[in-house]
Ligand binder design. Structure first.
Ligand SMILES: [Zn+2]
Length: 290
C-alpha cells in the first residue's frame, strides 16, 4: 500500500497559502550572485514546465535563500536542460550535481514527471492543493538538495553517514529558514516521495541504493518539520501521521541537524551567529514540546 500520512496534506494546505506569496513575487536574481540559473530553450512539449519555472521563479527564489545565508567565491550554476540542450546526451535526466563542471542539472522532463506524480496523488487522496503548487514547492526542495551536494563538493564539507540523508536535512533546514510558510516545501517533497512509492516491497536495488527508501524519506521530512516547531505542527503526529515514538525524538533530530550544518557552514555564513550549544547543555525544557 502506498501511504501518505494523511495529516501532511491538511497541514500543507494551510501552509501553502503563505509559502507561495514570496515565490510569486521574488525578483529575478542579479547575475553573478550565489546561484546563477540558465534555461535551455524549451521544445513545444517542454513549454509547460518552462513556463512553471519561469512564472514562479522557484529556482531563483531558492538561490536567493541560499545567498542570504552564505557567501561563496563563485556562484553555483544551475542549468535547466531539455531536448534542445541535453545534459550528457540525456534530454530529461533526473536532477544531479556534476562536480566536473560544478553545475546542477535539472530537466524540463523531470519537472513534468514530478507534476504527473503529484497530480495522481492529489486525485487519489483528494488533496485540496493544486498540483502545480505542490510541483513548485517539491522542485524547490530538490534544488536545495542538489545545492547541498554542490556545497559538500565545493567547500569540502565533512560528511559521515550517507551524503543523501545529510543533504536532505540541509534542504529541510534551508526550506524552513526561508520563512513565510517554508515548512510547506519539505511537506510537498514528502508528498512527492509518497506519490513515487509504487507500493511494491523494496527489492535489492532499493535496499542497495545510496538514498533512503522513499517511505523513510517521507517520514524524515515530516519529522524535521514537526521537530522545528512541535507546538505549531502537533497535528502532524498521530495515527494518520508521524508515529508518536518517532515524533518524540524529532525536536532533537531537528536541533542536531541545525547545529551540525550551522557549524559546518559557519566559515561561509554571511552572519556569524554564535554556534548553538550541544543539546545536553541546552537545559531542561529548552527544546520545545507539544
Ligand atoms: Zn542527491
Amino acid at each position: 500500500m502506498r501511504r501518505l500520512p494523511a495529516a501532511v496534506a491538511a497541514i500543507a494546505a494551510v501552509l501553502c497559502m503563505a509559502a507561495l506569496v514570496p515565490i510569486a513575487s521574488a525578483k529575478p536574481l542579479p547575475p553573478g550572485k550565489v546561484v546563477a540559473v540558465e534555461y535551455a530553450p524549451p521544445t513545444a512539449e517542454e513549454a509547460a514546465a518552462h513556463d512553471l519555472l519561469r512564472r514562479t521563479r522557484v529556482l531563483e527564489r531558492a538561490g536567493r535563500t541560499v545567498g542570504r545565508e552564505l557567501a561563496l567565491g563563485r556562484p553555483l550554476k544551475v542549468r535547466v536542460v531539455g531536448a534542445n540542450a541535453p545534459a550528457d546526451d540525456d534530454p530529461a535526466p533526473g536532477p544531479y550535481y556534476d562536480p566536473a563542471n560544478r553545475t546542477i542539472h535539472l530537466s524540463y522532463g523531470f519537472v513534468d514527471d514530478v507534476q504527473a506524480a503529484l497530480t495522481r496523488l492529489v486525485r487519489r487522496e483528494r488533496i485540496r492543493i493544486r498540483p502545480a503548487v505542490l510541483t513548485t514547492a517539491a522542485t524547490e526542495f530538490i534544488l536545495y538538495h542538489e545545492i547541498g551536494h554542490a556545497l559538500v563538493h565545493r567547500l569540502d564539507v565533512p560528511v559521515t553517514g550517507r551524503e543523501e540523508d545529510a543533504v536532505d536535512q540541509l534542504a529541510a533546514l534551508m526550506s524552513v529558514s526561508r520563512g513565510k510558510g517554508g515548512e510547506f516545501v519539505p511537506l510537498a517533497a514528502a508528498m512527492l516521495f509518497a506519490a513515487w512509492d509504487d507500493g511494491k516491497a523494496p527489492g535489492a536495488a532499493e535496499y542497495a541504493d545510496e538514498h533512503s527508501l522513499k517511505q523513510q524519506r517521507v517520514y524524515s521530512f515530516v519529522c524535521l518539520v514537526y521537530g522545528s516547531n512541535p507546538r505549531r505542527f502537533a497535528d502532524l503526529v498521530g495515527e494518520d501521521g508521524l508515529p508518536v515514538q518517532r515524533a518524540e525524538r524529532c525536536p532533537a533530530e531537528w536541533y542536531q541537524s541545525y547545529r551540525s550544518w550551522t557549524r559546518l557552514l559557519r566559515p561561509y555564513a554571511r552572519v556569524k551567529a554564535p554556534i548553538p550549544p550541544p543539546i545536553d547543555r541546552l537545559g531542561q525544557g529548552a527544546l520545545p514540546r507539544r
